[in-house]
Ligand binder design. Structure first.
Ligand code: FMN
Length: 450
């Protein structure tokens, strides 16, 4: 199976200072022209999919420096992701379209319907990144007084995912003959209500959409706690993982793959994509220059605010040039990313300033930088040493950084036989090497609908 390439589709990029760089496009907030161009660059480079992280709220109003400067993961001015990907479906033909939607502040029927629609609109290229919401403040936009407790979030997520999949299986693949001659639009014997009654949800079904072209749109998840990993092993086709070092990524990879057997799944049925920021130049010196330029665009107070956000602790309380404090006994940030940052800062004996600088490219500071050869070497090493099955790539500054990746690194990966020459499959599942799930209720029609 070739290495999987996913592109971070946030047009504001990844590096905290990126939007200010002369190579970055102007006015990136909710800009459809930029999004279209980014999608075309990624498809031109043979990327398997575009990926949109998401949240449902404005963050960091308590951190004035960071709030004004904004970091790309704060997303105060972005499109609702499924809406955006539906538009991008019409201007692309091959690339997968993966959007993040929360199981904590949404409803399974609405989510099943949205992603079934995206799968039909795109001809089988949709993916759902299932998250339980990292930003506690989002709760206040959904009639809650506080973030739903962690255990409840995950309990809800398990139930939510099985309902969504059940709804996608509402109809047999051949349930809509739409035969003008006989007058049968649909076949009433080829539909099944779900009638789900559980702890968190009651959903009758069936879904008001034909079975998606992929059977089930590809399910991603992104959570690195014990329960988060179990959720992935049980329900996900792909995991978006973030670790700051290859050693830790290998441990996570072995852990996730090792959980599959007890769910009756093969190791190949779950693909693990490691988040990485890639800064490539014609030469290593050019890449270093770009990296320095990007870092220089982030004033230190903004960098420290960003570090505080990521590790969930006010880092202004610690001397900038003192050792990074061991926060492992405290609550570390809202996501596994906080743990990855902390682990790397302690292992590498960083100061607070060094840690703040090291994570400016995001992805927990997992940065591959250099010439095309050097970047390809690092990608190949992670891939061959079972640290990942592919990468979730941010390439500052977009669009120039992504174009450089496509122009310089993609041909080198092809030369090494690590990625395929062209799109081979029709659907995202095909391109990722994931089988189309059979419909357990209508086994006779388990083959793909045409
Ligand atoms: C790599 C990664 C990416 C994530 N992306 C998002 C996101 O886009 N939106 C969101 O609300 N939560 C996101 N999360 C948060 C998770 O869904 C989850 O709520 C959080 O990680 C807490 O669970 P955990 O302790 O299992 O990691 C992400 C987590 C990780 C590790």
């Amino acid at each position: 199976m070739p290495m999987i390439l996913a592109a971070n589709a946030n047009a504001q990029g990844s590096h905290v200072g990126e939007w200010r760089h002369p190579e970055a496009w102007d006015r990136p907030a909710s800009n459809i022209d930029n999004a279209v161009r980014l999608a075309r660059i990624a498809e031109g480079g043979g990327f398997d999919l575009l990926f949109l992280a998401d949240g449902n709220g404005v963050r960091n109003m308590d951190k004035p420096d960071l709030f004004a400067a904004t970091s790309p993961s704060d997303r105060p001015g972005v499109f609702e992701p499924v809406t955006l990907l539906s538009a991008l479906a019409m201007v692309t033909r091959h690339i997968g379209l993966v959007a993040t939607t929360t199981t904590t502040y949404d409803e399974p029927y609405a989510v099943a319907r949205r992603f079934a629609s995206l799968d039909h609109i795109s001809g089988g290229r949709a993916g759902w990144n299932l998250v339980t919401t990292s930003n506690p403040g989002d709760a206040l936009n959904f009639s809650h007084d506080a973030h739903v407790a962690r255990d409840d979030r995950y309990e809800r997520a398990f139930e939510f995912a099985s309902i969504v999949k059940g709804l996608w299986d509402s109809w047999a693949d051949d349930a809509f003959p739409q035969d003008k001659a006989t007058g049968r639009f649909l076949d009433p014997s080829r539909v099944r209500a779900l009638n789900h009654v559980g702890k968190h949800f009651r959903v009758a079904g069936p879904l008001n959409a034909p079975r998606p072209p992929q059977g089930h749109p590809v399910v991603f998840s992104a959570g690195q706690s014990e329960t988060g990993k179990e959720l992935s092993a049980c329900h996900a086709d792909c995991v978006f993982a973030i670790e700051g070092t290859i050693e830790r990524a290998r441990v996570l990879y072995a852990d996730l793959k090792g959980r599959l057997a007890k769910h009756g799944r093969s190791r190949d049925s779950l693909k693990i994509l490691s988040g990485v920021t890639i800064i490539v130049g014609e030469t290593a010196a050019e890449a270093q220059r770009l990296s320095d330029e990007l870092d220089a665009l982030v004033p230190m107070p903004v960098a420290v605010d960003y570090l505080s956000k990521m590790v969930g602790t006010k880092m202004q309380a610690y001397p900038l040039d003192g050792p990074f404090p061991d926060l492992s006994a405290e609550h570390v940030g809202p996501t596994g990313i906080g743990h990855a940052i902390l682990a790397k800062a302690l292992e590498r004996k960083m100061t607070v300033r060094q840690a703040a600088r090291s994570i400016l490219p995001q992805m927990a500071g997992n940065l591959f930088q250099g010439s095309a050869m050097e970047v390809a070497d690092q990608m190949e090493q992670w891939y061959r040493q079972e640290a990942c099955d592919g990468f979730m790539i941010a390439a500052p500054a977009v669009p120039a950084g992504l174009e450089r990746f496509v122009r310089l690194v993609v041909p080198e990966l092809r030369r090494r036989g690590l990625i395929r020459e062209r799109y081979e499959g029709r659907t995202l599942r095909d391109n990722l090497g994931l089988p189309r799930p059979a419909n357990p209720h209508f086994p006779a029609a388990a083959h793909a609908a045409e």
